[in-house]
Design a binder for this molecule. Structure first.
Ligand code: 13P
Ligand code: SF4
Length: 335
């Protein structure tokens, strides 16, 4: 076997990427990561990887890794010419809005998001007409067109903090598009949906499906279990957990606590990464796959990097300019 390939297999093994978690085996993954990392240098590209991506992408080729907020924030500072976004399309659009001069690629044509697809710019304009004067606070899981109609963007990492600031000046807020996250935030802030927080009907197809009854079973079988859930889960499930937050908050909770076990109610990639980051901790599975996130593979990353005519992420200049104002407001209020 080629020495370079052997060394790459050793590197991936040291990262914990043994056969079990790499589809097609370590040798195949190593050949792909070698070539991707070589092309990255040649093209001055950076790879952003959301924590729901597979560990071979995150650890093997990822440069900027994290939740939606961290990736957007990191993208503002990159010196790369090309951003390859291993995440979903709205995240790459945000990267493009923040870096209009850079080439942004998403290595899949199926990396949508059910939340992002639940609402259009026209829907937001109607809501504004129905609730004149109410500021629009929009979850980052939306298209650029929807962001352009918004006053401020939030992610799961800062939604509560930013909403508190917005409520200092307004009695009523329009929060779109996640109705579950909106209801969870309303509860945390003591607001009434339909009265002082106007919600949309969007849901995440991954998080809406978790069953709160199962948490009781896991708790019975695993005394001392810490149950963590993403803020996109329905409120009856959130009522049964120990901690609600975004993926960044959930990772920090695991890092800073010492529970006998962790039940991570979110997308499966998060648990895979947590196991690799904290090999001594005990993780109990309760996860679901996001088909959009999982449409990206090492093969598709390589194909996007190799092809000079691979379609770029584009955002019309007028929409990008308006969306950027709402995104910058998030950075200002989250700081
Ligand atoms: P985070 O920003 O918490 O990583 O969430 C992104 C997402 O799409 C959750 O489903
Ligand atoms: Fe969208 Fe849900 Fe997938 Fe996150 S997990 S990208 S919210 S569909």
């Amino acid at each position: 076997m080629d020495q370079e390939l052997k060394a790459e297999m050793k590197r991936l093994t040291a990262l914990g990427l043994h056969q079990r978690c790499v589809e097609g085996g370590l040798e195949k993954a190593a050949a792909l990561t070698l070539e991707i990392n070589r092309l990255k240098k040649e093209k001055k590209a950076v790879i952003c990887a959301h924590v729901y991506q597979t560990p071979d992408i995150i650890l093997g080729v990822g440069d900027l890794v994290g939740d939606s907020y961290k990736l957007a924030d990191d993208c503002r500072r990159t010196a790369a010419d090309v951003i390859v976004f291993c995440g979903v399309h709205f995240m790459a659009e945000t990267a493009k809005i923040l870096n209009p001069g850079k080439k942004v690629l998403v290595p899949s044509s199926n990396a949508g998001c059910s939340l992002s697809e639940s609402i259009t710019g026209e829907d937001v304009r109607k809501l504004k007409a129905e609730h004149p004067g109410a500021p629009v606070v929009t979850y980052i899981n939306t298209s650029a067109e929807v962001k352009a109609e918004s006053d401020c963007i939030v992610t799961s990492a800062n939604a509560e903090k930013i909403l508190r600031r917005v409520y200092e000046k307004s009695d009523k807020v329009i929060f779109v598009p996640d109705r579950f996250m909106g209801a969870n935030l309303a509860k945390a802030l003591g607001k009434t949906p339909g009265k002082d927080i106007i919600l949309w009907k969007g849901t995440c197809i991954v998080h809406e499906q978790f069953n709160p009854e199962l948490i009781k079973v896991y708790r019975k079988n695993h005394p001392g279990l810490a149950v963590l859930a993403h803020a996109e889960c329905p409120s009856d499930l959130i009522a049964a957990v120990d901690f609600m937050g975004g993926t960044g908050d959930m990772m920090r909770y695991v890092e800073n606590t010492d529970a006998s076990g962790y039940l991570l109610v979110t997308e499966c990639g998060f648990g895979e990464l947590a196991k690799l980051r904290f090999p001594k901790k005990n993780f109990i599975a309760m996860c679901r796959l996001c088909p959009y996130m999982k449409s990206i593979t090492l093969e598709s990353v390589l194909a996007a990097l190799r092809d000079p005519s691979y379609p770029e992420v584009t955002v019309p200049a007028d929409i990008a300019a308006k969306a950027k104002v709402a995104i910058d407001r998030m950075f200002e209020l989250a700081a």
